[in-house]
Design a protein. Structure first.
Length: 80
C-alpha cells in the first residue's frame, strides 16, 4: 500500500471567507503577527500496489474530477 496526499486550496483570486474569519479571530485570541489565512482541504488516500506514474496520474484525475472544483480551486498531489 502507498499513501498519497491531495491538498486543495482556493485559487489566490478567489475570496476565502473562512480564512478571513480565522484571520479576524486570531488577534482576539491573543495571536499576533499573522498577515493572511487561507483555508483548504487535505485528502489522504491509501492506494493498492506501488506508487507508479500511472497511479499518480489516476490520483490527479480523481482530484480534478471529485476532490476539487478546478474552476475555483488548485490542488497538489504528493506521495506521502
Amino acid at each position: 500500500m502507498a499513501r498519497v496526499v491531495v491538498d486543495v486550496m482556493l485559487k489566490p483570486e478567489i475570496l476565502d471567507p473562512q480564512g478571513k474569519a480565522v484571520h479576524g479571530a486570531l488577534p482576539r485570541l491573543g495571536f499576533t503577527g499573522v498577515t493572511e489565512v487561507r483555508q483548504g482541504k487535505r485528502f489522504e488516500l491509501e492506494v493498492e500496489g506501488d506508487l507508479t506514474e500511472e497511479r499518480l496520474a489516476e490520483v490527479r484525475q480523481m482530484a480534478e474530477t471529485l476532490l476539487s472544483n478546478p474552476v475555483i480551486e488548485d490542488f497538489t498531489v504528493t506521495p506521502a
